[in-house]
Design a protein around this ligand. Sequence first.
Ligand code: NDP
Length: 331
Amino acid sequence: MREIRLASRPAGWPTAENFEVAETPVPVPGEGQVLIRNLYMSVDPYMRGRMNDAKSYIPPFQIGRPLDGGAVGEVVESRAEGVPAGSIVSHGLGWREYSVSDATKVRVVDPAAAPTLSAYLGLLGMTGLTAYVGLLDIAQFRSGDTVFVSGAAGAVGSVAGQIARLRGAKRVIGSAGSAEKIRHLVDDLGFDAAFNYRDAPVRDQLRAAAPDGIDVYFDNVGGDHLEAAISSLNKFGRVALCGAVAHYNETTPPAAPRNLSAAIGKELSLRGFIVTNHNHRMTDFVTEVGGWLRAGRISARETVVEGLENAAEAFLGLLRGENTGKMVVKL
Ligand code: NDP
């Protein structure tokens, strides 16, 4: 089988040379384990942080060792009760064609309940849960709120904006990095307004899109987006600090937000979160979002790259904004 290993650590933007494709024997499952043939794997912005040798909430990737991350596959050999061969599972040992996992660490999923199995990496998986928890629990969204979502055409942002609309937002505004993404947000996903952050300062474009201010900001980007949101937030506004993708490849600390002290007078709440500490919300999330999916009320586009050998390129493309919706690799 083939797997992708970390060849070297990047300084600034990663390149294809930081990754290598290696051949290795298919692993053999032990007692209580399953062997999975992976069908889809996820590439995610947080993996950029794991390429650095730095202490974080999740350990760094190791040079010469396979990367890991979300994946969906079929159990082809089982030595565990409750997860028989033929089960479709999502798990955390992607970036390889076959994985051996403890059965207790996989999630058995229902292929019939999703449009494609890759949905268990996106709309019905980690990024969908991130949107759900970030908007409802962290930002404490309430019906009638005006919501601004950055990175809105991506996996998390596109779902956060749609949940806000379905839960009764007064107005949902999104930002993204191309004209086609802006069209997609308004025409396909039902955002009330959207703007391209490359066209003009975010602060000016957000002011124009939300003349009465915003109540909730779902931050996927950081920097100038966070600064603009602090400027537009109404009294008692709430921010879910989900990600800061604008900074992941920077080698110096960001200049913005320069207006953080405005949070004092406006009595804002800014709260970060890590989705893996909110797995207790999985059942609520699957029930509510799965219901919207069956009713045709929520959608999630995916950008699918074919072949394990192209996984590194898919990851680099994600950082450059080449995806609309969830970026996945079909193995
Ligand atoms: P996306 O699908 O949104 O893909 C990343 C996107 O980032 C690109 O498509 C690109 O879109 C955008 N981007 C890249 N560079 C910049 C920049 N300089 N300024 C603005 N946008 C940029 O990824 P995800 O939905 O998986 O993740 C979104 C965010 O959520 C990330 O910050 C991620 O780290 C975070 N996250 C946090 C989790 C948590 O537990 N807290 C869990 C999962 C994700 P564009 O064309 O619009 O620039």
